[in-house]
Design a protein around this ligand. Structure first.
Ligand code: SAH
Length: 243
């Protein structure tokens, strides 16, 4: 009797289980990733001036299926709080760094944002959850094409991808409310400063390939002047230039 009732309960539960989308297999891993990100945010708050992430950034991180942005054999590690290889000698940034850069950009629903260094497309997707439109540019054609196909498959209609040298920005789509750069130049590219709206923010790692880099927050004031501050020491792949 007892066994039969248990069996019945199990049977009743089966159709429900089948309705859970495959992606939800990673929901617990994403929650763990969020807790680790929040711990890193608190641990670095004195330097970044951020002790918690904005709600829209948290919602975005909880939603974007990071496991789709890495190779299938790395999917199990996709929510670890560390960078992972994405091919062509490049990496998808550590989740905490993606979260911090997104938060420092202060994305709003009406914003138009430029990302330099599409890579896997993950940072572009996180931004796209927060803003109206994302333009993202990648210098390695194979990476740019792969990210474009994936973002389309995932239904990100508000992301435009381009192949080219992001040092020069995306003049046709400028000006931007925010620009997020995910590869490190050794100086601040003037075209990117020029393509910021007054009141806009440029989030960019700057430094040498071998020495340290600093994650900079550059704000353009209403009168066009820029204010710069260092948020955190970081390590990014170098920004390369078209030859
Ligand atoms: N934002 C990415 C991580 C990028 S790693 C993600 O979420 O996965 C940095 C990327 O910047 C690499 O793919 C590299 O090829 C690209 N890159 C380097 N120099 C560049 C340039 N001048 N213009 C555009 N992309 C560049």
């Amino acid at each position: 009797m007892f066994t039969r009732r248990r069996l019945l309960a199990l049977g009743a539960a089966l159709p429900l289980a089948q309705r859970v989308p495959a992606q939800d297999a990673y929901a617990a891993a994403r929650e763990r990733m969020l807790r680790e990100i929040e711990a890193d945010v608190r641990a670095t708050a004195r330097s970044t001036h951020r002790d918690r992430l904005a709600d829209n950034v948290l919602v975005a991180l909880r939603k974007v299926p990071r496991h789709r942005f890495v190779a299938p054999e790395l999917a199990a590690a996709a929510y670890d709080n560390r960078p992972l290889p994405i091919g062509e000698g490049q990496t998808i940034s550590q989740p905490f760094i993606v979260a911090l850069m997104t938060d420092l950009a202060q994305p709003k629903k009406t914003d138009r944002v430029l990302e330099v260094g599409t890579g896997s497309g993950y940072q572009a997707a996180v931004l796209a959850e927060c803003v109206e439109h994302v333009y993202t540019i990648e210098i390695v054609p194979a990476l740019g094409r792969r990210a474009a196909a994936l973002l389309k498959e995932l239904g990100y209609a508000n992301i435009e991808t381009g192949i080219g040298d992001g040092y020069l920005g995306w003049p046709e789509a400028a000006p931007f409310d925010a620009i997020v750069v995910t590869a490190a130049p050794d100086h601040i590219p003037q075209p990117l400063v020029d393509q910021l709206k007054p009141g806009g923010r440029l989030i960019i790692p700057v430094g040498s390939r071998f020495g340290g880099q600093d994650l900079l927050v550059i704000e353009k004031s209403a009168d066009g002047r820029t204010i710069k501050r260092t948020a955190l020491p970081v390590r990014f792949v170098p920004l390369t230039r078209e030859r």
